[in-house]
Design a protein around this ligand. Structure first.
Ligand SMILES: [Zn+2]
Ligand SMILES: [Zn+2]
Length: 154
């Protein structure tokens, strides 16, 4: 297991700097959570992160995963996507991008391309006195696996 901590990954260095500039400590657990988030575009839930990271760090607990995720979000190293039903997903990508969410399986996909600086004209109107600094867009629908045509074929 010392093999893992001795090998310096470039992502560990980024993580260490970001944590320390936010007054947080670098830990192997936080690094494992960060590496997994950076390696996937599946926008995992905390449970999914826990299951994946446990393979690498068997002693990690779900509570530690939760805390590590919140720390990463607080340091600007990950994004948290929250939903009306109280569920949350985490995204290792922090550059502006839009998401598409499947209404059947709840999977979240990145929308290709880079959003422009201003929201589309349909959502252009902000309340009086409100200064717009950004926007997020979520497309909803059915993913390739859940489209009614796909279900009919199965
Ligand atoms: Zn789906
Ligand atoms: Zn994303």
């Amino acid at each position: 297991m010392s093999d893992m901590s001795e090998r310096q990954r470039p992502s560990d260095q980024i993580l260490r700097l970001a944590l320390e500039s936010n007054g947080q400590r670098f830990t192997e657990q936080r690094a494992a959570v960060f590496r997994f988030l950076a390696s996937t575009d599946m926008h995992p839930t905390a449970d999914e992160v826990f299951l994946a990271v446990r393979e690498e760090v068997p002693v990690i607990s779900l509570a530690t995963v939760y805390k590590s995720l919140e720390t990463l979000v607080g340091c600007g190293l990950a994004m948290k996507l929250t939903y009306g039903d109280g569920s949350a997903r985490y995204d290792g990508r922090t550059d502006p991008h839009h998401h598409a969410r499947c209404l059947t399986c709840s999977k979240v996909f990145d929308v290709p391309g880079h959003p422009g600086p201003a929201p589309p004209s349909a959502v252009d109107e902000a309340p009086d006195g409100f200064r717009v600094t950004g926007y997020r867009l979520e497309v909803t629908g059915y993913c390739a696996d859940c489209r009614p045509e796909a279900a009919a074929r199965a």
